[in-house]
Design a protein around this ligand. Structure first.
Ligand code: GDP
Length: 296
């Protein structure tokens, strides 16, 4: 874990060795290395700054300054702080609601919302033994509705039809009614994608949230977005009471910095990671394993 950074730090530690004690400037050198590693991992700058400030505060305390191996002590602090920022342990989907438990999917177009809706349906069917209904509120792209139908079938869930001439709120209300009458445990609501933050669509999804009162409002974000993920995350987090994040396309992203950024700005747990285009390419997010990846 954290090998490249650890190597860099141990080089610094060697330089420091021979000096009577570790100084504030030694710590500053080490923190500079940590900062570089985070920026190389594509963590957004404000998040890096905040992170370094927190590590510095701890590092200048007794823990590192008084330690016999300050480099190792600092690495320990960095790793612990990284895991803490990334979220500890794992958190599954919350279904504690009067059935059907509604899950609202939010995110930019192309983030992987529709694919992830089906992946999640499959997960809930296989791992949680739930009866799952999906519906698309994306009336702007008829292809998106069809796409959800196709992937829902692959997932083994049921798809509730919608058409581009309907209002998203009407679709949502009809799907909810159907789910209740047919004893579905979960209703997964895929929403309109947008290319950028768009006020009209933000208001639309806020309206859907008010109507559906979802037990989970999941923000789906593309890990490859890197630095930009922070702005998208902030906009969605300001508009909606998010309960979790699904980080998609982690298979194409070797750096992993987006996870730290989105977690930092939203404060909600990353629940799953998308690991391929395939319907079973979804894993429960493991914060500690991911923290190791960020430091490379
Ligand atoms: P939406 O516009 O947000 O609904 O996005 P889609 O579900 O249509 O996904 C956009 C593209 O990303 C599709 O080509 C998906 O196959 C792909 N995709 C989604 N999730 C993943 C993932 O975890 N890994 C990879 N490699 N591709 C993904």
């Amino acid at each position: 874990m954290a090998s490249a950074l650890t190597d860099k730090l141990s080089r610094l530690v060697k330089e420091i060795r021979g000096q009577a004690r570790i100084t504030e400037s030694n710590v500053a050198d080490m923190l500079r290395e940590v900062r570089m590693a985070l920026l190389e991992a594509d963590v957004a700058l404000p998040v890096v700054r905040d992170f370094i400030a927190r590590v510095k505060e701890k590092a200048l305390g007794q823990e590192v300054m008084g330690s016999l191996s300050p480099g190792q002590a600092l690495v320990g602090i960095v790793n612990r702080e990284l895991s803490r920022t990334m979220g500890e342990g794992v958190s599954d989907i919350n279904l504690a609601a009067q059935p059907p438990a509604v899950i609202l999917m939010a995110g930019l177009q192309g983030a992987g919302k529709t694919t992830t809706t089906a992946k999640l349906a499959k997960h809930l069917i296989e791992k949680r033994k739930k009866k799952v209904l999906t519906v698309s509120g994306d009336v702007y792209r008829p292809a998106a509705i069809e796409q959800l139908k196709t992937v829902t079938k692959q997932a083994g869930a049921e798809w509730f039809p919608s058409t581009p001439d309907q209002k998203p709120a009407d679709i949502a209300a009809a799907a909810l009614d159907y789910a209740r009458k047919h004893y579905f445990d979960v209703l997964l609501v895929d929403t309109a994608g947008r290319l950028a933050i768009d006020e009209v669509l933000m208001n639309e999804i806020k309206g859907l949230h008010a109507l559906l009162k979802p037990v989970e409002t999941l923000f789906v974000v593309d890990a490859m977005q890197g630095q930009d993920a922070i702005n998208t995350a902030k906009a969605f987090s300001d508009a909606l009471p998010l309960t979790g994040i699904i980080l998609t396309k982690t298979d194409g992203d070797s750096r992993g910095g987006a996870a730290l950024s989105v977690r930092h700005v939203t404060g909600v747990p990353i629940k799953f990671a998308g690991t391929s285009e395939k319907i079973d390419g979804l894993e429960v997010f493991d914060a500690e394993r991911h923290a190791g990846r960020v430091l490379g």
